[in-house]
Ligand binder design. Structure first.
Ligand code: KG4
Ligand code: ZN
Length: 471
């Protein structure tokens, strides 16, 4: 297993101890030299090898690497160099290293694409050294995204964070419909059943093999823990088996990055995230930088749509149908504007209860409910609340780019209202294609590409989280 050392005090001290014969003070080096990076190779629960390199803006110098004697000739050195090459792919122009002229490893370096570019006379106590350089090709990066946080098992391959090669989504909606919502245990079991088939189909569709994949992006939270674990263990297995970097992706980051498949996202931006589990306003100053401005204090918007749908007899997930009915009626029912304040927070449980009480009261009086009108009135309140809070954030932060994200962003009423407001104010506005609004792995692959460029990596200790802060 390969691990980054720089930010882990335990690993730093273990490295100093294991390699005290060549390394003096790793901590001091890291503190004094911002360019110096250490990566450790772990086997038998201990550090058995490491590589130290300097990342100096657009180039990398491999300073030294070492493997404990008992672990030599097992390809660990090659794995460490390959890890660095992979890690820096797309980020830098070249990698250099120095080696003794008589070191047989030169052949190995040449195989990895290093070329001799200069001689260093007497560099190694009288013995000449060779400077070798590897030009980094500006190669396309293919990310395999995996999503299984709720009831969709999905795999997708996306090129360079914006071009979708193939996506397969296996939805369990028909299974859960009978229960009026997702049953976690049933969801996990079906993920287990589906996962290999969906992966196979995705690779077939893309006409690619795992060897063509550069890295694996996994949605590791938030979501249903059992469901997440199926995707996560699949991702880890693939990363281990094919020796690919594992990139951890927050599910909501994925929803936001679905917009990058429509148009390259411009920053700073504001994202209105509305899904079955989330309702949040997120500010992004630059790629993969998230700052939550506010969110729901109780129910998520999608959840509220599903409950409102249920009370009027619409099957789960009710959002699309409620949206459809809302476009067929008139605003005749009076419902309260929830949390009508100046904060960036939302609250939907009061609105949901108001709808439920209204339906019960009418039923008790023997009156029938006009479903279309109720949906119109409900959706109008939702749209007004979202528009008010979003536009307040847009003004307060002088936002020029707004993106919608999450399953509920498929909602026609919400899309159109925000579109009108953005047009009036000259704001650049994007929402994802309908097929990328609800859960899918394409959005995870896109986010994974940017997470990778932000330096995010996971090792095989990565866990899944049912709740997880976006940062
Ligand atoms: O993002 P998503 O797939 O799941 C989470 O990550 O939570 O969102 C699913 C939610 C469901 O609650 C569904 O009812 C809602 O998105 N939804 C809609 C619409 N399409 C899907 N809600 C309102 N209007 C729609 N057109
Ligand atoms: Zn989602």
């Amino acid at each position: 297993m390969i691990k980054e050392v720089n930010n882990d005090l335990n690993l730093i001290s273990e490295l100093e101890n294991s390699f005290s014969f060549v390394l003096s003070n790793v901590l001091e080096d890291i503190n004094n030299n911002p360019f110096s990076r250490y990566v450790a190779y772990i086997e038998d629960k201990k550090i058995v090898g490491y590589i130290n390199y300097y990342l100096i803006y657009d180039r990398c110098e491999i300073a030294n690497f070492n493997v404990l004697q008992a672990y030599q000739n097992k390809g660990i050195g090659t794995k460490l160099i390959k890890y660095v090459i992979n890690y820096l792919n797309g980020k830098i122009n070249n990698i250099t290293l120095e080696v003794r002229k008589d070191n047989p490893a030169i052949r190995l370096y040449e195989k990895m694409g290093f070329k001799k570019v200069a001689e260093r006379k007497g560099y190694y106590r009288g013995i000449d050294g060779v400077l070798m350089e590897k030009e980094m090709e500006k190669k396309d990066i293919y990310v395999l995204g995996i999503e299984s946080s709720c009831d969709e098992t999905s795999f997708s391959i996306v090129k360079n964070g914006c071009i979708e090669i193939a996506t397969v989504i296996s939805s369990q909606i028909d299974i859960h419909k009978d229960y009026g919502g997702v049953v976690p245990e049933i969801a996990s079991r079906n993920h287990v059943k589906n996962v290999t088939f969906v992966l196979d189909e995705c690779l077939n569709k893309a006409q690619m093999t795992m060897d063509d994949i550069d890295m694996i992006a996994i949605s590791y939270g938030p979501g249903l823990i059992g469901s997440l674990l199926v995707g996560l263990e699949t991702a880890k297995t693939l990363a281990w088996l094919y020796d690919k970097p594992l990139i951890p992706v927050h599910h909501i980051a994925g929803h936001i990055y679905a917009n990058n498949l429509v148009k390259k996202m411009e920053f700073p931006l504001l994202a209105l995230v509305i899904s079955g589990g989330h309702t949040e306003l997120v500010y992004m100053e630059k790629d993969y930088n998230f700052q939550k401005l506010g969110g729901t204090l109780d129910d998520a918007l999608g959840e509220c749509y599903d409950k409102v749908g249920k009370i009027i007899g619409v099957d789960y997930p009710a959002g699309p149908m409620v949206d459809k009915l809302a476009h067929m009626g008139n605003d005749t029912y009076s419902l309260p504007m929830p949390l009508n304040d100046n904060s960036y927070n939302f609250s939907f449980s009061g609105l949901k209860s108001a709808v439920i009480n209204l339906v019960h009261n009418e039923e008790q009086r023997g009156n029938s409910i006009n479903k279309e009108n109720l949906c119109t009135s409900f959706q109008n309140v939702v749209v007004e609340t979202l528009a008010k809070k979003t536009m307040k954030a847009v003004s307060d932060l002088n936002i020029k780019n707004l993106v919608l994200a999450g399953g509920v962003s498929a909602n026609k009423g919400i899309r159109e209202r925000l579109q009108n407001l953005c047009e009036l104010r000259g704001i650049n506005y994007t929402f994802p294609d309908i097929k990328y609004c609800t859960d899918n792995a394409a959005m995870i692959a896109v986010a994974g590409y940017y997470a990778y460029h932000d330096g995010r990596r996971a090792d095989f200790t990565l866990n899944a989280f049912s709740t997880l802060e976006l940062k």
